[in-house]
Design a protein around this ligand. Structure first.
Ligand code: NAD
Length: 480
């Protein structure tokens, strides 16, 4: 019996791939969400060629057409957040509430950039040569290659696709192969909009083949990537050869500092939400909890009590707080990091057990370690797991130094009632985002997002700052 396959979208048509893969839910291995086409190198090149043509048409579109397209995509995502959030939860493993919230947020990205379409401002200047005037304006960068990870299957696509289209660019999108259903669903919405053929293309398939063609193409003008540091380095190296504009958002090893004077209840909520939300599979997760001596024992005891209330289980069930680990490979990696933390001398004070559910899937109890130091591998490498490690420090100065002692720098948080320490922290945390009395995870959609050091490379994403990546500046001299 032949199965129906969700196809790639190229040059305004749904096209078969060279093969297909089954998309299996990590929370129920008997749940096959669908079969999804796999592009090969030739098909990826077709998509790039289609985008080159589509972009020439789309850049001529009127602003009101662009506005209407982006608004309609945002409206539909928001209206269908529960339905699409359920598909997202099934394929990624996050809870229904997290899935619906992500789809809603994705709609907000489209609405934000719809409004941004109408903020078309340039600058004028007098030339140093009398009688000559100058104007600068922003033009589309051209064809944008988009490569996204599995942990935010809809939102990561949305925060890149929306500004790309808003500024008149064409898109070739390669989503992570673990989560094609959310990408396909968003593409299906985009396919019904008033866009010239080729303006938007979806190529599903493996990174080593489809992604490799995108990052090595001279016809891609800008490549935006979110994923691991390891892949990010490959993207940077390949795009540098062709001098293609490149933007990378990668991993992190975020920390939450808890000072003696913190509001304990709030610090516990920040720690538990920030470390274990989304099963710890967030680039903004706080896997390091840096705690000063005076509050350490009370904080650890309260976090354990709070963790006991977390319901881990099938993400589609009501009342579940922590869903499934994304796939077998991630689960294996989580267990490896658990063992590593123990072997390095960390004390497992709660969780870490593999859980059996009614449905066969990848479930683990969130884990808390104490007695860890910042030089342990568990505190240096991103595990992308529901594992948090407490590092005890003497005072604020040591806490800040410990937070900054990492190769990464996406988000950093502090819980304190001290204006002096919060102000110093805001200025001296070497991270792209800083959270005061808030979890490290959870950012807005209308302001810049990104990190420092090995966490990010290139211009910031989101908010008005996205303009830098998705446009190029032209300076024109005019003698009347
Ligand atoms: P990954 O690097 O394995 O994959 C990311 C994407 O790159 C996927 O689409 C993949 O198919 C593609 N890819 C893989 N090899 C490639 C190659 N050789 N050439 C081109 N493309 C290739 O990352 P992942 O496991 O999907 O995602 C988890 C990572 O993403 C974590 O490190 C996490 O911190 C990071 N992340 C960062 C942010 C952020 O904004 N900073 C947000 C979400 C996730």
């Amino acid at each position: 019996m032949s199965v129906s396959v969700f196809r790639n979208y190229i040059a305004g048509e749904w096209v078969e791939g060279s093969s297909s893969v089954a998309n299996v839910s990590p929370s129920d291995l008997s749940d096959v969400i669908g079969h999804y086409a796999q592009a090969d190198a030739a098909q990826t090149k077709d998509a790039i060629a289609a985008a080159v043509n589509g972009q020439l048409e789309w850049q001529k579109s009127g602003l009101e057409q662009r506005y209407a397209v982006l608004m309609a995509i945002g409206d539909e995502l928001i209206a269908r957040k529960d339905e699409l959030g359920r598909i997202l939860a099934r394929e990624e493993g996050k809870t229904l509430a997290e899935g619906a919230g992500e789809v809603y947020r994705s709609g907000q990205f489209f609405h934000y950039y719809a409004a941004e379409v109408l903020r078309q401002m340039g600058e004028t200047a007098d030339s140093v040569r009398p009688g000559v005037e100058i104007e600068t304006r922003r033009e589309p960068v051209g064809v944008v290659g988009i490569i996204t990870p599995w942990n935010f299957p809809t939102a990561t696509g949305a925060w890149k696709i929306a500004p790309a289209l808003a500024f008149g660019n064409a898109v070739v999108w390669k989503p992570a192969n673990q989560v094609p259903a959310s990408a396909w669903a968003l593409t299906e919405i985009i396919s019904r909009q008033n866009l010239p053929a080729g303006t938007f293309n979806l190529v599903m398939g493996p990174g080593a083949e489809v992604g490799d063609v995108l990052i090595n193409s001279r016809d891609i003008n800008a490549l935006t990537f979110t994923g691991s540091l390891e892949t990010g380095r490959k993207v940077a190296a390949a795009t540098a050869v062709n001098l293609v504009k490149c933007q990378l958002e990668m991993g992190s090893k975020n920390a939450l500092v808890v000072l003696d004077d913190a509001d304990l209840d709030n610090a516990v909520e920040c720690a538990v939400g920030g470390a274990y939300g989304g099963t710890g599979q967030k680039c903004t997760a706080s896997s390091r909890l840096i705690v000063t001596e005076g509050i350490h024992d009370r904080f650890v005891a309260a976090v354990i009590e709070r963790m006991k209330k977390l319901v881990v289980g099938n993400p589609l069930k009501a009342g579940v707080h922590i869903g499934a680990v994304a796939d077998a490979r991630q689960m294996e990696s989580n267990l490896k990091y658990l063992e590593l933390a123990k072997s390095e001398g960390g004390k497992l004070v709660y969780g870490g057990e593999v859980i059996t559910e009614d449905t066969e899937g990848y479930y683990m109890q969130p884990a808390l370690f104490t007695d860890t130091t910042n030089d342990m591998t568990i505190n240096r490498e991103e595990a992308f797991a529901p594992i948090a490690c407490v590092i005890k420090v003497k005072d604020y100065a040591e806490a800040l130094a410990t937070l900054n002692d990492t190769n990464f720098g996406l988000t950093g948080g502090i819980c304190t009632e001290s204006l002096k320490h919060a102000t110093d922290f805001k200025r001296n945390a070497k991270t792209g985002c800083v959270m005061v009395n808030l979890p490290t995870a959870g950012t807005d959609y209308h302001v810049p997002f990104g990190g420092r050091k090995d966490s990010s490379f290139g211009p910031r994403e989101q908010g008005t700052y996205a303009r830098e990546f998705y446009t190029v500046v032209k300076t024109t001299y005019i003698r009347a």
